[in-house]
Design a protein around this ligand. Sequence first.
Ligand code: ADP
Length: 246
Amino acid sequence: MIEVRSLTKSFGALEVLRGIDLNLDKGHVLVIIGPSGSGKTTLLRCMNALEMPSSGSIVIGKARLSFEPGLKPRRSDVLALRKQSGMVFQSYHLFPHMTAVQNVMEGQITVKKRPKEEARAKAMALLAKVGLGDKGEAYPHQLSGGQQQRVGIARAMSIDPELLLFDEPTSALDPELVRDVLKVIRQLAAEGRTMMIVTHEMKFAREVADRIILMDEGAIIEEGPPEQLFNKPQQERTRQFLSMLE
Ligand code: ADP
């Protein structure tokens, strides 16, 4: 259902993604690990066309986008790709002047063209789902980081995307707030949501992933089920990365 082919991305002379190929089946969870600066966030942002790849192609469900140097993809194709993927950001990125419920309504109204009352009902249901049924009228500054991130997750789900993208969803949180956010993501995995997750939480990665990829210097170094990658890594660089974490 999700297919990435020969994806590259350069910022000026800096080649950040050097030909990424991956597939992800519906209902599966792919976790991306790797050292800082290896291109994990850039890959995730490319999946949502927040960053325009330099070359290669991305398919998510019915949306298909190809990139060639010097050629701008069609706006309608970019929007189609964005409708298929919902992004959860490291630093939440909620609108500060909107309540939780308004934050979760916004994309439904602008992207999905849903009537306001329908969007509100769906937003309330999603907030309840992430354990914030009583916080709909709160503004982001009245919420803890963990609560804000759960609003971010509700927002990502609000447009019914095929794919959910999580960019280090817990790394800005105090340790005691991490648990509630991971619990929500675990629940989504159990429900069969298709997800790509960049994380440094290795225990969580092992538990939630169907497959893990290790990236280094813009390339996929190793890919496999969590037991294999953590217990029997095939590549020296994977061993090095894992040993640094101990
Ligand atoms: P990771 O998520 O693995 O830490 P990133 O994808 O954030 O890696 O970054 C990969 C590399 O791309 C880094 O060297 C980073 O400095 C560079 N980079 C990321 N975004 C930009 C940008 N907008 N402009 C220039 N360089 C960038």
